[in-house]
Ligand binder design. Sequence first.
Ligand SMILES: Cc1ncc(COP(=O)(O)O)c(C=O)c1O
Length: 489
Amino acid sequence: MEPNAISQKNEDASFELFRKTKIDAKKHTLYETLIDPRLDNLDFDERFTIFNGWQEDMALKRIAHHQRQGLNGCGVERTIFDPTTGNTKRMINFASNDYLNMTQHPSVINAGIKALQHYGAGAGAACNASGQTKIKSNLEKEISETFETERTLVFNSGYTTNIGVLTALLRSNDVAIVDMYAHSSIMDGVENRNKMLFKHNDMASLESVLRRADRQYANKIVIVDGVYSMDGDIANIPEISALCKKYNALLMVDEAHAFGVIGKNGLGILDHFNMPSETIDILVGTLSKAIGSSGGFVTGKKKIINYLEFASRTYLCTTAPFIASNATALEAIRIIKQDTERRKNLWKNINYFKLKLKQLSLNIGKTESGIFPIILADHNKVLEVTTIMGNNGVQACGIPYPLVPRKLARIRMTVTSEMTLDQLNKGYTELYNAIDTYDNSLTGSVVNDDAIQYQQTISKEKQQLISEERQSVLISKKEHTQTVKVERR
Ligand SMILES: Cc1ncc(COP(=O)(O)O)c(C=O)c1O
């Protein structure tokens, strides 16, 4: 088949191939090379050729950010190797969801090491076979106590939690009513089920969908994110839950970006709105963001969770989660419930960064969390600006279509608790410089830096303590490696 066959097959084809099978990766998005239904007309090999051509062009144009490799953990500052250039660079990490920097917390790391030593590398079987461990049960109990619910199940990831829960719940007379900006794991979970979308956080739209659904289906479930992953804004839970009651619908909320971050005690959306735990029927979340580990969970009434334990195939038919992840998550949850300074510092950083971005004439949407969408509405600009930022030592994520609507392509920057004033300023300054280098659109828009007051809440003593603890973990890791080597010999 000729390389430009897609254009020949369909005049509306949204991309043309370059002669040597390369697709202009600055021009064409992931959607066009992977998801566009017109690709269905091609055979497997043709599709692979197109996709590979797109990837190769990304590498040639130095915009293959996904190929970057961290040479150390997910810290505030990282050493990043880029195989497309062969360069290694220090970058400030504005591209993680490690809001409370728990991935690098010494006690959390120690808990993981201990669990590995005690339980070994893998669980060996699915939870319902013989893979359930005491530490996983303890973690589930801790989550239930945290959210004041009756029972919890911990899955391998947040993604598989949503898929498992939704596919288990939704049968032929049921309908999922989903906010149109809900996470892909929710969208994938309701795929091939009855579903209706409502406009993002729009209560009139939700009510009109509920009214229609009420006439057509026996059971309704409304599904929203607590904090939206690409926009950082917050679901209007008081009104959503009132509508659920009015139309007799269940409410499911994904707390992935809310747990640990929002609310007086960092316990998510209900804590934020000061509402009782019964408000949410099915609460799902992940242990991979503010908790700094991996795994997902669903929590709620015992009756529902007992059902999911056997009906969720992504729970039933898979090996139990990595035990060290259960241990690190458990330790992290216990820490963040006590160490309120961490969250206070996160919020100080969020508020400071928000004020700084607001000084520029940039569209940052309605964020109310540590997620900052910088909506540039231009695919190519997003790629170029993130590349320039990376070259200048700031790691940020480019978010193109189809992850967000085409006209809302953006850079996503996240702020974390341990970032210093200098690091925040560097993030902001390099964002500004990169946009201005690209199209001069920000010249003259920066106001006086001194106008914003910033005070670190993590004291010097505490920082010293953290670094001493880190040192001791490094030593214990080294000792462990030595022990393992000796045993092997
Ligand atoms: C809202 C939301 N739900 C679920 C997930 C999936 O969580 P995990 O990364 O643990 O699979 C994510 C992010 O990845 C998310 O942003």
